[in-house]
Design a protein around this ligand. Sequence first.
Ligand SMILES: [Ca+2]
Ligand SMILES: [Ca+2]
Ligand SMILES: [Ca+2]
Ligand SMILES: [Ca+2]
Length: 394
Amino acid sequence: MTHTSSRLRPLATTVAVGLLATTAAGALAAPASAAPDQTVAGFSTVAMAIPDEGPSTPGSTAITIPAGKGQVKDVDVTLNSLSHTYMRDLEVTLTHNGTAVKLLDASGDSVDTTAFRTYTLDDEAATVVPTSSSVVTPDGSYKPTDSSGPEPVATSLASFDGGAASGTWELSIVDQAGGDEGSLAGWSIDIDYNDPTAPSGSVVIDGGAALTDSSAVTLGLAASDPDAFTTGVASMRFSNDGTSWSAFQPYAATAAWTLGAGDGTKTVWVQYADGIGNVSEPASDTIVLDTKAPTAKKLSPKKNATGVKTTAKVQFKASEALLKSTVTKKTVKLTAGGKTVKAKVTYKASKRKVVLTPKKDLARGTIYKVKISKKVTDLAGNSIATKGWKFTTR
Ligand SMILES: [Ca+2]
Ligand SMILES: [Ca+2]
Ligand SMILES: [Ca+2]
Ligand SMILES: [Ca+2]
């Protein structure tokens, strides 16, 4: 069994709040389905030159959303500093994992201006992009708009909802008519995401040891967040009673922990949270905490006995089970006049009895000492408290 002297710092200082939803320390987390959406943003500052007709240079620019960003709930895209002398020439398309959505198609103004405009394409915007030959389409939020038909119609960024947020999002621009050109300075994407499933995991105390002699234990931790839209295992928290929890701390393979007070069977519970704040069912492990030293009882011959027979058995009973490997002729000795008497030492686990059998009868009228080393321990590793005793033969 491995122990560590390091202790957790005061729990309030180890909270990894940034990783989590609004879970108050010590309070039970909301059920998985209630984890609120989170938002991830990305941006591209690669300028796109738009020729008077044909695809832009480069033909597309990309934003990569890092792994572990779960499932798309909403996507908004902002075109930054778009300049074109006939905006309605443009077809702007967003593509991700094989799904393409038109953000603009023959939409916007046809005013001959080199002004820079910034538009956010958002399904929840109030209006589609207005088309006008006299008024420059003002900066603002619009529904993605296809005006190539008789009436402008919204296309839908919701086509991405339910898919993975992580990965490459590509914006492409095509100028669909000769004459007039422009540029785009860059674009950004805002993705609301969630994660439909809580993680699951396990805990092992002190490498699976049955017993420990110290309340300072090491927890071995393993968890996974296996659904297709994982946000990864982000954090964990512990409890000695399944009710009162430590603050969440970043997920790791091991953690130092202090068992609850008092000897006996101790249970430690763990919960894991994924990147969105979904919290696992509690997992637990148990270990027996034994901090009490064993003692030697039923000493035979009795302590300070006199007139002991030279054929007497020398033995004692341990107050609790001893670790058999610690009971040897090197750790339990019979001495007389400072010399060790040759003897066989046995430990009968079923009776917790240690027996010293001298090779020869004891000498008459001699003081004998039984010496018990601290290397004799109980099953948890606590050293025996009894140092030995003496007796005198007749
Ligand atoms: Ca053109
Ligand atoms: Ca939206
Ligand atoms: Ca999850
Ligand atoms: Ca003990």
